[in-house]
Design a protein around this ligand. Structure first.
Ligand code: COA
Length: 331
């Protein structure tokens, strides 16, 4: 049977490093609070001149180089992001323009922290059915420019970072390799537990000068509610993937959870009764990069030799929507 396999992976982070001490200077927070509640010490935030499609382009080129492909080989672009360079069209088209491959379909996926895994599942289906042989999947986010950088928004602002990760996914005739299973879920009842209320097309007009003075334009999160659901859904969706494939937790070489918060990762590790070194974490350096976090983590795990030929890796996510998802891949 034909399978889909990640044959190239790459990541790119903006150069500007923001420490918790930098945040202490602009809002009422402390390094101690941030490290204790989230595990985050630094994150990358864009500076003037950086663009969303630019971050994505740099990550995509690294993934293409690893796969031994060029942009001309891409038959479908999947662009997972909460954002776009402009209000519309979606970011996939701006990335496609940078890659100089007019005519190739560019599809946007807006499922926040689960965006990369939603995209992985879409790529898997298109490849398994024989429609495409080579798909570029990118997770990219610029979140720093939309945050409330005052004390009012501190619970959210200290968590999020910018970055991009990309995967080149190609067809293989080896059914033991590649994406073995994917599982996607959503529960829109809780959409307003982690969201930005405005600007909204339901307002007439969506943008007013008064709106800009309110906090409705900033991301909001009911932190404890999100935490409670995350620590329940992560293990549930990982177990779903294990049951489908008939694998046990001990068969996995590595789990890469979406880098939401170190305390969430630690809770998953505890609940699944798996050794800490088998659960990847880089949130200390990059914060939560939403759709970019899983591909950045895969890319770093490959660079560090934690993922090698035939490694069995479980990917899992939870985030705004709520959405949650998992996949098991054999590298
Ligand atoms: N610095 C200092 N104090 C802060 C702060 C910050 N950055 N953010 C919030 N606080 C304060 C609150 O105002 C509150 O003060 P009060 O007791 O005087 O009212 C206190 O810290 C505790 O706030 P609370 O929201 O109860 O903290 P918490 O223990 O729930 O931790 C989170 C907050 C956000 C770290 C935690 O809820 C969490 O990890 N949630 C999940 C977040 C997540 O992973 N989201 C991404 C999902 S993809």
């Amino acid at each position: 049977m034909r399978n889909a396999q990640i044959t190239g992976i790459g990541h790119y982070l903006p150069e500007r490093v923001i420490t918790n001490f930098d945040l202490e200077k602009i809002m009422d927070t402390s390094n101690e609070w941030i490290v204790g509640r989230t595990g985050i010490r630094t994150r990358r935030w864009v500076q003037h001149g950086d663009t969303l499609s630019g971050l994505a382009y740099n990550a995509a080129n690294k993934a293409l180089a690893m796969a031994g492909k060029t942009a001309e080989d891409i038959q479908l672009i999947l662009f997972a992001s909460m954002a776009s360079d402009h209000a519309f069209p979606g970011g996939g088209c701006f990335l496609q323009d940078k890659l100089q491959i007019p005519g190739v379909p560019a599809m946007d996926i807006r499922n926040a922290c689960s965006g990369f895994l939603y995209g992985l599942s879409v790529a898997d289906q298109f490849i398994k059915t024989g429609k495409y042989d080579t798909v570029l999947l990118v997770g990219a986010e610029i979140q720093s420019t939309s945050l409330d950088l005052t004390t009012r928004g501190r619970d959210v602002s200290v968590i999020f970072g910018d970055g991009a990760g990309a995967a080149v996914i190609t067809a293989t005739d080896n059914s033991d390799k590649g994406i073995l299973t994917t599982h996607l879920h959503a529960d829109g009842r809780y959409a307003n537990k982690l969201w930005a209320d405005a600007p909204s097309v339901n307002d007439h007009p969506p943008l007013t000068k008064e709106l800009l003075d309110t906090d409705r334009i900033f991301p909001k999160m009911e932190g404890r509610f999100v935490f409670k659901h995350a620590v329940e859904k992560f293990p549930e969706v990982i177990n779903e993937a294990l049951q489908t494939t008939g694998l046990g937790i001990g068969d996995l070489d590595l789990i890469i959870p979406h880098q939401a918060n170190l305390r969430i990762t630690e809770a998953i590790t505890h609940q699944l009764k798996i050794a800490g070194e088998k659960v990847f974490s880089n949130i200390e350096r990059y914060g939560n990069t939403t759709a970019a976090s899983i591909p950045i983590a895969i890319s770093e795990a490959v660079d560090q030799g934690l993922i090698k030929k035939d490694s069995l890796v479980c990917l899992a996510s939870f985030g705004s929507g709520f959405t949650w998802a998992s996949a098991i891949i054999r590298w």
